[in-house]
Design a protein around this ligand. Structure first.
Ligand code: PMM
Length: 251
């Protein structure tokens, strides 16, 4: 199972917000993750925490491009966490190799064809709308069935736009328009997600449903969860700390 290390370059991201929002600190954290054996560094410049407002494109680019350029020199695999086709394209040109789109192509009508033309791997996450009001969309009859059906639509759109089957990775979007029980129901049914035939990524790190008031307190629960996920056949975890997850996975 691969470990994707989170490098949020935002002043307001909920779990590490404000700590890596300058260039030096972000590059230093990236180098630490490389030393810890990270498989992919996920660089993002726009917070998606519940309630977050959009960040203008120019600000997003200013945050992520210099860091991608600096870290790409070390040969590490980098994904760009963005909902914008233009940012995805600039990031790939700067040295990123994967596009991670929490909206699964819904936020920007240019995204899927842009990724298809770039011929790079694409992570399509389940999403029901922007963070500003996503909690109000956490309404399901059968969460697993509905998330799978909505993800299947994203898969179909991606394939239709010309993204190759081999370049698609799916993610149920833990915490995105989902309450705590929805998240656990999905985690308990991951075999239904892997049965879709694509690598599955899970981003649960330090999210609210893990309990505790402070995101750092959720670290222990995140590591326990990685231990549990290791037996499910998923492809990877997106996490804030790298070494503890690598350790759990090699045990
Ligand atoms: N979660 C966040 C941001 N990007 N990308 C994917 N593929 N999956 C996720 O679950 C996901 C993501 C929000 O968490 P953060 O603010 O800690 O980065």
């Amino acid at each position: 199972m691969i470990v994707m290390g989170i490098l949020n370059v935002t002043p307001d991201s909920f779990a590490d917000g404000g700590r890596h929002n300058d260039y030096e600190a972000a590059v230093k954290r990236g180098l630490e993750m490389i030393a810890e054996g990270v498989d992919i560094i996920d660089v993002g410049g726009e917070s998606t925490k519940p309630g977050a407002e959009r960040v203008p494109e120019v600000e997003e680019l200013n945050r992520v491009i210099p860091i991608i350029k600096a870290l790409a020199k070390y040969g590490v695999k980098i994904s760009i966490d963005t909902m914008r086709a233009s940012t995805a394209q600039a990031a790939i040109q700067a040295g990123a190799q994967i596009v991670n789109d929490v909206s699964g192509g819904l936020a920007d009508p240019e995204m899927l064809k842009t990724v298809a033309a770039l011929k790079v791997p694409y992570i399509a996450m389940h999403w029901r709308g922007h963070s500003k009001d996503m909690n109000s969309r956490a309404v399901y009859g059968d969460v697993v069935k509905e998330v799978i059906a909505e993800l299947q639509q994203r898969i179909d759109s991606a394939l239709e736009a010309g993204i190759s089957k081999n370049n698609l990775i799916i993610d149920p979007g833990i915490g995105f328009a989902k309450d705590a029980q929805h998240n656990w129901d999905i985690i308990d049914s991951l075999d239904e997600f892997t049965a879709l035939g694509y690598p599955v990524l899970i981003g649960a790190s330090r999210k609210r449903f893990l309990g505790g008031d402070n995101p750092d307190d959720r670290e222990k629960a995140t590591i326990e969860l990685t231990k549990r996920l290791a037996g499910t056949g998923i492809w990877g975890v997106r996490v804030h700390t790298v070494a503890p997850h690598k350790e759990v996975l090699s045990a």
